[in-house]
Ligand binder design. Structure first.
Ligand code: HEC
Ligand code: HEC
Length: 347
């Protein structure tokens, strides 16, 4: 369209105008990319209206570490989802900007692109929806979206980055959530010792192998709820933590009393990094978790049928079996994931 011909003056002026590289006039196409998935993971389905783009992921990463998304500019998403803790929080309950504590333990952010619901009770159905919640939540970042968006719009860097990612300087919460969801979907982990052994690159040692047998057979039954490549059923179960449930979990969302005490089965990938454990962070160590499944199980009406020995208080593993199971859980650590420079604070 920019060819120069011999033309009357009027046409030359028009031609020059249409070739100007002014970003406010020309639409910008972000660069579509395919995610780089480790061998241990299946293909990922990405929403058609929010494909991966290089610019979207870069913007989402910056926003994940952006403290101005909180009311007093002190708390970013990463403040409760720290990289070294596999993007969870080592505190039992995270602190919001007012000092208020929630009643649930922050969740690790691993392989979320494969999840079908979000939060311990699954109240968000898409990652884009999930991201909208922490900013206005009064016990978390405590800032309404118009104020958060105004802060970003006052920053020329963000205006530029939103233009690069979405072809417009107009910022809104939907674009923030789309960019952040893109970044969160890139946070994949599939290179643990277990994955390497599956690919024939290494062999698990004998402790780990014995632990795998407990995990993947009726001996421990862990695989029923923590199986498959995600090490999670991705659905909700009552794993016998309490006889009476203070937090009704999934039932808060469905209103169905059959769901009382059911919580999303978390992935066990990188479990060594994500203490404390369970929806309320009640267990400080993996030993405590294993003791729960071994002798601490409480029966209640919604207990999962796969907690087969619930009526006997648990699996009753001996000390050797407990050590083997723990060795296997530790083989699910992927140090490359927690140290991945692509997921760190870009500043
Ligand atoms: C004050 C601490 C805090 C902050 C800040 C925070 N989160 Fe969370 N996050 C949590 C807690 C606690 C949960 C579990 C809450 C629940 O289940 O009710 C959670 C859950 C999640 C989940 C669900 C994971 C899953 O497997 O279902 C995602 C995703 C997430 N947060 C992303 C974010 C993003 C993105 C931000 C920033 C916009 C953010 N969080 C800010 C504490 C926090
Ligand atoms: C009936 C389903 C079920 C079975 C069987 C099961 N789990 Fe779980 N597991 C869950 C659920 C659900 C949670 C979260 C419960 C909660 O927080 O209320 C959980 C939580 C955990 C956690 C804590 C994760 C975190 O991020 O806080 C670990 C570790 C764990 N399970 C390991 C095991 C092991 C090891 C076995 C086998 C001995 C096992 N589980 C068997 C459903 C199950």
């Amino acid at each position: 369209m920019c060819k120069s011909f011999y033309l009357p003056h009027f046409f030359i002026v028009l031609a020059v105008f249409s070739c100007r590289k002014d970003p406010s006039v020309e639409p910008h196409e972000a660069t579509l990319i395919d995610p780089d998935l480790p061998a241990g993971l299946p293909p990922m389905t990405v929403p058609a209206d929010n494909p991966f783009t290089q610019e979207g992921i870069a913007l989402g990463r910056k926003l994940f570490y952006e403290k101005r998304l909180s009311g007093d500019n002190t708390l970013a998403c990463a403040g409760c989802h720290a990289p070294e803790a596999a993007f969870s929080d080592p505190r039992q309950f995270s602190e919001g900007i007012t000092g208020a504590l929630g009643n649930r333990n922050s969740m690790a952010l691993i392989n979320l692109g494969y999840n079908t619901s979000f939060f311990w009770d699954g109240r968000a159905e898409t990652l884009e929806d999930q991201v909208l919640e922490p900013v206005p939540n009064p016990i978390e970042m405590h800032q309404n979206w118009p104020d958060a968006v105004a802060k970003l719009e006052n920053d020329l860097t963000y205006q530029y980055l939103f233009f690069q990612a979405f072809g417009t300087h107009v910022i809104d919460s939907i674009k923030v959530s789309k960019a952040m969801a893109q970044f969160l979907r890139t946070m994949v982990s599939g290179n643990s010792r277990f994955d390497q052994s599956q690919q024939g690159l290494i062999a698990l040692n004998s402790m780990e192998q014995s632990g795998a047998v407990i995990f993947f057979t009726e001996e421990g039954d862990c695989f029923h709820c923590h199986g498959g490549p995600m090490f999670s059923s991705l659905t909700f179960h009552n794993n016998g933590l309490d006889a009476v449930h203070n937090d009704h979990g999934r039932a808060i969302v469905t209103g169905d009393s059959d769901d009382i005490g059911k919580f999303k089965a978390p992935t066990l990938r990188n479990i060594a990094y994500t203490a404390p454990y369970m929806h309320d962070g009640r267990f400080a160590t993996l030993d405590e978790v294993i003791n729960h499944y071994s002798e601490g199980v409480h029966w209640s009406p919604t207990i999962d049928p796969n907690m087969k020995k619930a009526d006997q208080g648990g699996l009753h593993l001996d000390p050797q079996q407990k050590a083997q199971l723990k060795a296997f859980l530790l083989a699910l650590s992927d140090p490359e994931f927690v140290n991945n420079p692509d997921f760190s604070d870009p500043e």
